[in-house]
Design a protein. Structure first.
Length: 291
């Protein structure tokens, strides 16, 4: 159940949907003329997942968006939620763990648009287990999905941006990279921490080319991933899990993928032209509290 469908947040969600429409008409153009590739632009279920919201938000603000996912069934809702902005979204299937597929997608994007200005890496997911009970196989899968995928897409796209003399990469990590967030998902936490440090190192490396690399750390947002996976991993009681997560957040609302999307939009836009190699936390103040 996404926040937009949650009875306790119906009024808030309705208001924020209206706000997104108003923003599109009043401030469209923050990334106008740019070409964006968003990996993980589908979602595990209905609602505002991070990648879906990012693809929609970039299109609303004028970018031509290549919305990438390996699950074809997840992409139609992305287009539906984009409304009139769907005309600026081109969907594409690709397995981000397959370097050859990424290379083909990048080549096709260049053939279609001639450049890549924005790269968003949003693919990832948690596996339950601490240091002694997560299997070695699952550890390797977590690294491949959450961290190596970021390396591989950047390996294919960064040379293009360097030749252009400009570009913005925004990688989506997690507050699990910097805090204990309720469960010992050690593979997820470690791989997402790797994404954060990857952005710092590569941000410095590519600054001389006019290419910026930053990382967004979403906190415990209510996205479809919570309903589809986390509730099952943590006992199966969705309402109890949502309440436990809500109590950790100082702000009196439950964020969702649209909050991540607005952070990504800022870092991808020229408004963030002097920002690279750093992180933006989107968690309602959760990681700032110590009680």
């Amino acid at each position: 159940m996404s926040e937009a469908n949650s009875p306790s947040n119906e009024n808030e969600a309705a208001g924020r949907d209206t706000d997104m429409t108003r923003n599109e008409s009043e401030s469209a153009g923050r990334v106008a003329g740019k070409v964006a590739v968003v990996f993980g632009a589908g979602c595990t279920g209905p609602g505002w997942g991070n990648g879906r919201a990012i693809a929609v938000r970039l299109a609303q603000e004028g970018a031509q968006v290549v919305a990438v996912d390996r699950d074809a069934a997840s992409l139609p809702e992305t287009l539906t939620r984009a409304g009139a902005s769907a005309a600026r979204i081109h969907t594409q299937l690709c397995d981000v763990e397959d370097s050859a597929q990424i290379a083909a997608l990048v080549e096709a994007t260049l053939a279609r648009y001639g450049r890549i200005d924005i790269l968003v890496n949003n693919v990832g997911g948690p596996a339950a287990g601490g240091a002694a009970d997560l299997s070695e196989e699952d550890w390797q899968r977590q690294l491949a999905l959450n961290l190596t995928s970021v390396f591989t897409t950047c390996r294919h796209v960064l040379p293009i941006m360097a030749r252009q003399g400009s570009g913005a990469v925004v990688n989506v990590s997690s507050t699990s990279a910097i805090r204990w967030t309720g469960a010992p998902a050690v593979g997820y936490a470690a791989s997402k921490a790797g994404v954060m440090q990857f952005g710092r190192v590569v941000g410095v490396e590519y600054a001389k080319h006019g290419v910026r690399i930053n990382t967004v750390l979403p906190g415990q947002l209510h996205t479809p991933l919570v309903d589809a996976f986390l509730a099952k991993q943590q006992g199966g009681n969705l309402d109890a899990l949502l309440e436990k997560r809500r109590k950790r957040i100082p702000l009196p609302l439950a964020g969702d993928g649209r909050d991540t999307a607005n952070a990504v939009l800022f870092l991808a836009s020229d408004e963030a032209r002097f920002i690279t190699g750093t992180e933006l936390i989107v968690d309602g103040g959760m990681s700032a509290r110590c009680d």
